[in-house]
Ligand binder design. Sequence first.
Ligand code: HEC
Length: 123
Amino acid sequence: MQSTLKTLSIGLAMTGSLFIGNVATADDDGKKLYNAKLCMTCHGVEGKAPTIPQYPKIAGQSEVYLLQQMKDIREGKRANGMSAAMKALTTNVKDAEFEAIAKWLASLKSNAASPGKPIGGGE
Ligand code: HEC
């Protein structure tokens, strides 16, 4: 059931439809929060299209990793590179909201230009 819903929402996203289903899933919440908290203004649509090259693509990474980075940046524990830009906009994002966003982002496929293969083949 869960995977059917995912397939359905991916299908809808791909058609570019503005249809919003009646069934609220955790994934939907994450997506809504991602947009409501303005994450997309830097990380782009579905975390795949950063608005400047210095901003990271965040779709398709591990949920645990994503969540940890969000908290670290908000709390100033990660203060490298351009993380200050993000910190300013995340001070009022709650842990539960980050969790929903991380879950949703992790469920997406990353669109890295070249997925990369292990050195020496591996096939
Ligand atoms: C003002 C632009 C901006 C906004 C808004 C923003 N971010 Fe970021 N985000 C960044 C930048 C820049 C980095 C990379 C920081 C660095 O250089 O270390 C980053 C890093 C991240 C990372 C770590 C990525 C990695 O690969 O390590 C995650 C996860 C993330 N952001 C999620 C979010 C979420 C969720 C939101 C919304 C609540 C958000 N960001 C809002 C700019 C932004």
